[in-house]
Write a protein that binds this ligand. Structure first.
Ligand SMILES: Nc1ncnc2c1ncn2[C@@H]1O[C@H](COP(=O)(O)OP(=O)(O)OP(=O)(O)O)[C@@H](O)[C@H]1O
Length: 355
């Protein structure tokens, strides 16, 4: 799904904005504090998100993530500090808990689109495209009050996405309750929107979302920013890991010769003999490879006469507990790399099991 991006420097109606070139891009919070019910909920928060960047807020329950998102949305006014928004365009939000209003999903989305001033023909097209993309199916005709939690979340996300890319998108746990295909669809769409200049601030605790989307991570604790990690910190994590299972003929030594090139290939983390099918002289091998190496490895296995049994879901390298405790995102990774280096895990697994 590709939607057009409004050019920077132009107003919604296409007229030129002479001031646009002078505006800094993005949104900032400077020393923002907020008390609610006599309790200090946000304390001196500093945050800056450029246009086309995604900042992920993580923190334990009650750390202030939703309050921060509500402040960015403009629903709460800070007691101290400043919100500087250079994104003059739209704000879109899917915050926690869509109320179960007495509408069908279709009626609700239509009304939300009309309130936002989207022309009927365009609105109809967007509701159809997004509903299809997020697998909403027949739920468009069902009452909000009857929807499952995941389906209600899809409607919440669709209403936020109706205006299209650009501007600022605020999301509170966007993947919560969604099944895997819908999660994948949301991440794919948000990645595309980011490229088209949308700034995204989201509370999210899904490691793969952080790996694939985040340019910055703000770790909140008791309404304060405990840690702030940037893209360079996250890059140290390396890529998500993919598990491949292959079936190959021949002895381990023969295979070692055949696959020595692959074992040394950057991005191949481990090859482990899983089991043997004696009657067919075939061996099942487990591979752990980095995501970008997956296609290459599969191609080489097949080219060498092997076959692929399965390719399993990506495993994130983000360790959420470490992150929430304030450790560097790659701390956990460095530690396990040291451990595996000392046990020579990669080659030993293959060589050590030769018949
Ligand atoms: N209207 C309110 N009046 C008083 N206290 C509030 C109010 N809204 C939130 N709080 C308090 O502010 C703190 C932060 O709440 P917030 O919902 O922002 O946390 P959170 O990080 O989003 O939590 P969770 O992960 O559970 O969603 C909590 O201690 C909460 O009880």
């Amino acid at each position: 799904m590709r939607w057009g991006k409004r050019r920077t420097g132009c107003e919604a109606d296409g007229t030129k904005n002479e001031e646009a070139g002078k505006l800094p891009e993005g949104i900032s919070l400077q020393h923002v504090s907020k008390r609610l019910g006599g309790v200090s909920v946000l304390n001196g928060i500093n945050l800056h998100v450029e246009a086309g960047e995604c900042a992920v807020l993580v923190g334990r329950n009650g750390s202030g993530k939703s309050t921060l998102l509500r402040t960015l949305a403009g629903f709460l006014v800070p007691d101290h500090g400043v919100v500087c928004q250079a994104i003059k365009e739209k704000k879109m939000y899917a915050l926690d808990g869509l109320p179960r209003l007495p509408f069908t999903s279709g009626e609700y989305l239509w009304e939300m689109g009309r309130i936002r001033g989207i022309r009927p023909a365009l609105l109809r097209q967007r509701i159809n495209e997004l509903s299809e993309f997020l697998f909403l199916g027949s739920a468009l005709d069902q009452k909000l009050s009857l929807l499952s939690k995941g389906t209600l979340q899809k409607v919440n996300l669709i209403q936020a996405m109706l205006p299209g890319p650009d501007g600022l998108m605020l999301l509170d746990e966007p993947l919560s309750g969604l099944d895997l295909p819908a999660q994948e669809a949301v991440v794919t769409l948000l990645q595309q929107w980011k490229k088209q200049g949308t700034s995204i601030v989201t509370a999210c605790h899904e490691p793969l979302f952080i790996e694939r989307m985040a340019d910055q991570v703000y770790v909140l604790q008791n309404g304060c920013v405990l840690r702030h990690w940037k893209r360079a910190d996250l890059k140290e994590l390396g890529e998500p890991i993919v598990h491949i299972q292959s079936l190959m003929k021949g002895s381990n030594m023969e295979l070692l010769n055949t696959y020595s090139k692959l074992v040394e290939q950057k991005g191949v983390l481990q090859i482990h003999r899983h089991g043997e099918m004696h009657d067919r002289n075939e061996v099942v091998w487990d591979w752990k490879v980095e995501r970008s190496t997956t296609d290459y490895v599969i191609h080489e296995i097949i080219a060498a006469g092997g076959s692929i049994v399965s390719v399993l879901q990506e495993e994130s390298r983000v360790h959420m507990e470490h992150l929430l405790e304030g450790h560097h995102p790659a701390d956990h990774r460095k530690k396990s790399a040291t451990e595996s280096a000392s046990s020579h895990s990669r080659l030993d697994t293959m060589e050590g099991e030769s018949p």
